[in-house]
Design a binder for this molecule. Structure first.
Ligand SMILES: NC(=O)c1ccc[n+]([C@@H]2O[C@H](COP(=O)([O-])OP(=O)(O)OC[C@H]3O[C@@H](n4cnc5c(N)ncnc54)[C@H](OP(=O)(O)O)[C@@H]3O)[C@@H](O)[C@H]2O)c1
Length: 343
């Protein structure tokens, strides 16, 4: 593992845009994703976390299911020994689907904290609203024999434990991920501590304008995952209909004119739209240029409009492996009719 040292070409972290949460805390608008998509080794991801800190990243999007938090913990420890203050870092982690039971939530967060070598997370999310799991590397047809639908009463039991984490000082904020408007509406109705952020798929080919607006109008920060269109995502998350935002003609035209990679256009669009964005990369040139995209000249209004028109409503991370009964379609996970899909 390399040591933390500010790189000569690093970006000043204070120049990176921030979003304010309802507590007044600020989250950097660009963070490094840490899911290796079952392809990149845990060690490489932990090394990228360190390298990203050296070039100016202060926000890292982690999860216990990514399997690498114990190694990322070494990177975080080294960067703090190298002079980065804890309060200048933003660390998110997520409760995995097999830990929704009331007695599992707090120990699971404590395990993440031990692995990451932290006393407190800045944000802890419920990773999926379903308690359904899958094996790493499984294919799209894989289903857990114990899979269940969304049951609000059960989700609220999990949420109450998440609230306890805030009361215990183990998480500064709690939030949701892979939710829908109808599920969030009843969570907002019943929560004692409201979700501060919702993590959701967001890129130029899946802009989710109504849901994005709902999240923000209800006082949550929208954290967009797979901002580049997740070109290396696992096989289980691929279908023949999928499209590629970094091959979109509108994105390519803008990238050509600006002399940047299409990924940089996706990042600029995300930041300008008001999202937090968490691109993944283990390549220094890539994660550096992704952060640079957020601090260099913004896109013109016409470019933002051209990208708005490029939306294909193409969800890439469909979540088929979380379906709970035979003969279902992945759309059943996403309440596309505006109501929670019946059990
Ligand atoms: N909450 C959830 O359920 C959820 C779901 C999915 C993802 N996430 C989070 O979101 C993060 C990002 O999503 P993602 O990994 O699916 O997709 P992504 O960030 O859209 O795409 C990552 C891929 O893009 C490539 N890339 C990145 N920057 C590039 C650049 N400047 N030029 C060319 N290629 C570039 C990377 O390859 P190289 O390594 O070769 O650069 C990598 O293969 C994850 O790591 C994870 O933290 C959360």
């Amino acid at each position: 593992m390399s040591q933390f040292a500010i790189a000569s070409d690093s970006i000043d972290p204070s120049s990176v845009p921030q979003r304010k949460l309802y507590t007044g805390a600020c989250i950097p608008a660009v963070g490094l994703g840490t899911f290796g998509s079952d392809r990149v080794s845990w060690e490489e991801v932990a090394e990228a976390v360190m390298g990203a800190a050296c070039v100016g990243y202060r926000h890292f999007d982690c999860a216990s299911v990514y399997g690498n938090e114990h190694l990322i913990g070494h990177s975080l420890r080294s960067m703090m020994q190298g002079g980065i203050r804890r309060e200048d870092l933003w660390i998110t982690s997520k409760l995995w689907n097999d830990k929704h039971a009331e007695e599992d939530v707090i120990p699971s967060c404590e395990k993440t904290l031990r692995d990451l070598r932290l006393d407190c997370l800045d944000l802890y999310l419920i990773h999926w609203p379903f308690p359904n799991t899958h094996d790493p590397g499984c294919d799209v047809s894989s289903r857990s024999p114990t899979a269940r639908p969304y049951i609000h009463e059960n989700y609220m039991k999990t949420w109450r434990q998440m609230e306890k984490l805030v009361e215990m000082g183990l998480a500064r904020h709690i939030g949701t991920s892979n939710m829908t408007v109808p599920k969030l509406k009843i969570l907002l109705r019943d929560a004692a501590i409201r979700p501060a952020a919702n993590e959701m798929e967001l890129h130029p080919h899946f802009q989710q304008p109504e849901f994005f607006r709902f999240v923000r109008e209800n006082g949550m920060v929208a954290i967009g995952y797979s901002p580049i269109g997740s070109p290396a995502r696992p096989e289980r998350d691929r279908t023949p209909e999928d499209t590629f935002p970094i091959e979109d003609p509108a994105i390519l035209t803008i990238a050509d004119r600006l002399g940047v990679h299409p990924a940089a256009v996706c990042i600029k669009w995300a930041v300008q739209r008001g999202q937090v964005t968490i691109p993944f990369s283990t390549k220094r040139a890539h994660y550096l240029s992704n952060l640079q995209a957020a601090v260099t000249a913004p896109l013109a209004d016409e470019d933002m409009e051209a990208i708005a028109r490029a939306d294909r409503n193409c969800r890439l991370i469909k979540g088929q492996v979380f379906l709970w009964k035979e003969n279902q379609n992945w759309e059943d996970l996403w309440d596309v009719n505006g109501e929670i899909t019946p059990a």
